[in-house]
Design a protein around this ligand. Sequence first.
Ligand SMILES: Cc1ncc(COP(=O)(O)O)c(C=O)c1O
Length: 382
Amino acid sequence: MANVYAKRPVVIVKGRGDLLWDQDGKEYIDCTGSYGSCIVGYCHPRVVQAIKDQSEKLTSCHGFMYNDSRSELLQKITRIVPRGLQRVFLSNSGAEAVECALKLARKFTGRKEIIAMMGAYHGKTFGALSATWDKKYRDPYVPLVPGIRHVPFGNIEKLKESINAETAAVIAEPIQGESGVKVPPEGFLKELRELCDEKNVLLILDEVQTGFGRTGALFAFEHDGIVPDITCLAKGVAGGVPIGLTLSKNEIMSSLKVGEHSTTYGGNPLACAAAAATIDVLEQENLTERARAEGQYFISKLKDLQDQHRIMREVRGRGLMIGVEARFEVLDLILGSLKKGVLLLDAGRNVLRFLPPLVITRQHIDRTIEVLDEVIGEKERG
Ligand SMILES: Cc1ncc(COP(=O)(O)O)c(C=O)c1O
């Protein structure tokens, strides 16, 4: 396998809910959610059953034919999304969902430029990478897609200055995940929506990490009472099975003509069955509300911990998308926690990131806090 992942020394063989087990049977509380993709928990029985049932019926069906599993998912999706995001393109990953959004923006408006945010992460295919900010991802691959400029995240004045007659769209994450769980200033998204309306520019919100209940709302943009023109989803939508969705208004999606965009596996029946079951679980187990309540609890416990450890600089986030900025690199904390049975993510060198399955229990949050207390204490003493 290509050596492109910063590997952790662990071989995972089984998962249930918010727990994972390695090949020696050791149990881990998972605060990574496999980079946020395991929203409803590992191997949720309802998702497993849906995959089993579908796998006995049909596992592949290209988009040139209609399919019952796909249409069931599309009906469910269009029932839960806000009005104005009723048309869907189905793909297989977050980056693909972003590619489609960027192409849509150009095609619909006939303009060429996209404004993205400093600190943004939208994936690593060429278009998505061109909207991504970090030099370490971009520099080896220049020249990238032309016409994409970056402005400071959260700065509406700079955005105003940068929009011109060639601007097709502004793309942003409602909360920046990869660059350190950065929450924009209060009211920014609303101002951004107003600005895009005023300038007749499309607003693309990338909800690949924030979407599907993660922040305590189905979409993070709901906290600000706005609806974008285009949004991107992936990660948790199919309960851990690969899927990507680009959603937009009817007239925007209608600008794509037959053959102008496609992917062989988009709308795959297995992924669609898993996603339809995931939506049922999300609704029936009230996981969005759970993310809000447990997120508040988790954040309050982390803030208590911050009072005891001055090397924790800031605790921030929304729902179960949480970042802890430390005054040093966090890799030692991640490796120390792993030894003690808690899996954590980083976001940059000095931010710990928590994207647990939304089913994480109070008991496991408490245990995570205990382990963090221990590993931070060890680091401070060492
Ligand atoms: C906001 C955002 N957009 C896009 C992506 C890319 O998704 P994928 O890794 O599925 O291509 C990610 C992945 O972390 C993400 O966080």
